[in-house]
Design a protein around this ligand. Sequence first.
Ligand code: FAD
Length: 297
Amino acid sequence: MKIDIFRNNFLENIYADQKLAKYTWFGVGGNAEILYIPEEEKSLEKFLKVKPSDYKLFTMGAGSNLLVRDNGIDGVTLITSKLNKISIDKNGLITANCGAFDAEVARFARDHSRSGLEFLIGIPGTIGGGIKMNSGAFGSEFKDVLIDVKAVNHNGEYKTFTNEDLDMKYRKIGLKDEWIFLSARFKTSTDTDKNIRDKMKKIILSRKSAQPVGVKTGGSTFKNPIGQKAWKLIDQAGCRGLKNGDAMISEKHCNFIVNLKDAKARQIEQLGKKVKQKVYEDTGIKLKWEIERVGKK
Ligand SMILES: Cc1cc2nc3c(=O)[nH]c(=O)nc-3n(C[C@H](O)[C@H](O)[C@H](O)COP(=O)(O)OP(=O)(O)OC[C@H]3O[C@@H](n4cnc5c(N)ncnc54)[C@H](O)[C@@H]3O)c2cc1C
């Protein structure tokens, strides 16, 4: 079995044929051929040395921007959620491991009276996923706060990338997928506990009023075309509430697809394609997926 090479090298936290649905926000997705959830960076380093070069590797954070297809992912799926330490030095510089949840980093900064990371409170991903997507909300994005990030490639080689190296744009970066982000440093400023709390409260309230909360979703399905709002185009094309099985365009926010109960990844993807087609027919605009679709077709 493919997994034996890791077991023979005494690597732990490696599993064969694991359902990925429980690791994605949509609650869908087939099996990872090999699932690896390291607890320490050192183990990951050893893992990468042992991994044969022809084994594919896909890195996943909180799975909040992913649609994992029903046929699952070949090779190794690495989940970073246990590499999640956050620290602050005497100069107030915050370092977060890439499996740390954005909201935890926001709260950590708040607890140390550091401002600038408040926008992370509402993004349900990890730092690694946030850097890869240059995620953002309420006028801030990772590009505004990231100093640099330490990364390792699939051959176990380390490199630190500065903010500029990453070429961060709207929901994308200019770096190849072979890099796994490990830990990132952030610039922040001092502020009062009250101001930081107030900013975070505003963000939470505003999200609650505009977005579906407590549902299985992947967040914004499509990127906003320049000068346009994807949700408006989708609404105008008559797609609010459109359904395909248990996959539905949210009534509350048209750029969110929700899994009402037992939707398949296939039904979610088909619904997204239908919406793209309808918006194109209505406006001539081709929407681009923000959600990343991964796995075997
Ligand atoms: C309810 C909801 C609300 C959302 N709101 C927002 C929002 O306001 N703003 C916004 O920008 N997004 C939003 N999103 C989308 C999503 O939360 C972000 O894109 C988030 O940053 C993804 O992080 P993740 O850890 O879940 O990444 P995943 O979904 O697990 O992965 C996304 C990408 O990042 C890569 N990746 C993950 N970790 C690493 C790593 N350590 N090294 C290298 N690559 C890595 C993956 O390979 C993949 O390409 C929302 C999603 C949901 C479900």
